[in-house]
Ligand binder design. Structure first.
Ligand code: NI
Length: 169
């Protein structure tokens, strides 16, 4: 297993639209394992392949407190969405920034697991938010995109300042 580098906003590579996975083989499963390891180490609750500069439609998540309920979705597709919910979101590619985003409250998502088996998942609450956030990454979108232009500028400035300080230390 290996820790992967997580691209940082506003890195342009985060804008790449990921391609569907056609063959789920050992290399795919290795990538999934590495993504889980990277997500747990960060630590985070969700990670899209886009964020580790692999432009394939794969996301990993674990919302459990004990970090023992890994969930992998390959080629995820939202087939039903209803309701509206506002949640404060963060992202491993946008460190230390938390902003409220509006998303569907309940979704049904269809995907393949790491063995290539298709499954359907009904989700609400944080799980629904997380799935929508990660699928956004696969489409080249970041949650910051939903903020006003002024707020987006503030986020960029805050991140630049944090990086400058990190470079001094
Ligand atoms: Ni994210």
């Amino acid at each position: 297993m290996a820790l992967l580098e997580i691209l940082q906003y506003p890195d342009k590579r985060l804008r790449t639209v990921a391609e569907a996975v056609d063959v789920i083989d050992d290399a795919t499963r290795q990538l999934v394992d590495d993504m889980f390891e990277t997500m747990y180490a960060a630590p985070g609750i969700g990670l899209a392949a886009t964020q580790v500069n692999v432009h394939r439609r794969i996301i990993v998540m674990d919302l459990s407190a004990e970090k023992n309920q890994p969930l992998c979705l390959i080629n995820p597709e939202i087939i039903k969405a209803e309701g509206v919910e506002q949640t404060e979101e963060g992202c491993l590619s946008v460190p230390d920034i938390f902003e409220t985003v509006e998303r569907a409250e309940r979704i049904v998502v269809k995907a393949l697991d790491a063995q290539g088996k298709e499954f359907t998942l009904e989700a609400d609450g944080l799980l629904a938010v997380c799935i929508q956030h990660e699928i956004d990454h696969l489409d080249g979108n970041v949650f910051v995109d939903y903020l006003s232009p002024l707020k987006q500028m503030r986020v960029k400035k805050k991140l630049q300042k944090a990086r400058r300080q990190a470079a001094i230390l």
